[in-house]
Design a protein around this ligand. Structure first.
Ligand SMILES: [Zn+2]
Length: 172
């Protein structure tokens, strides 16, 4: 199997073939994570399975590895273990998305989806809002005169899938 992960694929075709993709994706390729990670080297292990449940096309998989975030207390690297399992159903409308009960919607707008964007979305949804070391990583007397401005990223607010997730939760 090639270790070059494909990006734009036809999920319906892959589902017909019950395709399984496994490989590594460079963290540097995940451009929407650029503001959140402190070190863009390295790669994540990806596994994606395409299938069908009745007429519904499903895309499920797992993302594993380590991402270096910036600790919001000391601004040093913070290793964040990525262990994300996901199950998505391909939909073509918001109405269809609201009907899902055991999976999240994956909007198909056109014929292909971007697997890179899909993986970015899953990671952005799981990223901690305020990553920090689980121990006292800066001395108290130094934190008084340091000015740590707000660095919270707005990436989540711009993520269409988080909007879908909200609609789904309130739409019951
Ligand atoms: Zn820290």
């Amino acid at each position: 199997m090639s270790d070059k992960f494909p990006d734009h694929i036809d999920p319906l075709l892959f589902a017909e073939r019950r395709s399984v993709l496994a490989g590594e994706l460079n963290i540097a390729a995940l451009e929407r994570l650029a503001d959140s990670v402190i070190d863009r080297s390295g790669a994540l292990k990806i596994r994606i399975e395409f299938g069908k449940e009745g007429k519904r096309v499903t895309v499920s998989g797992h993302i594993g590895g380590d991402i270096q975030l910036e600790c919001q207390s000391c601004l040093q690297a913070l290793a964040w273990p990525v262990d994300i399992s996901f199950k998505l159903s391909v939909v073509s409308s918001l109405q269809e998305a609201k009907q899902l009960d055991d999976s999240e919607p994956l909007m198909l707008d056109g014929e292909t989806i971007s697997l890179t964007a899909l993986i970015e979305d899953e990671i952005l949804l799981a990223l901690p809002d305020y990553p920090r070391h689980p121990f006292e990583c800066i001395e108290r007397n130094r934190s008084e005169d340091a000015d740590y401005g707000a660095t919270d990223s707005q990436i989540k607010a711009n993520n269409p899938f988080s909007v879908l997730a909200k609609l789904k939760k309130t739409g019951d």
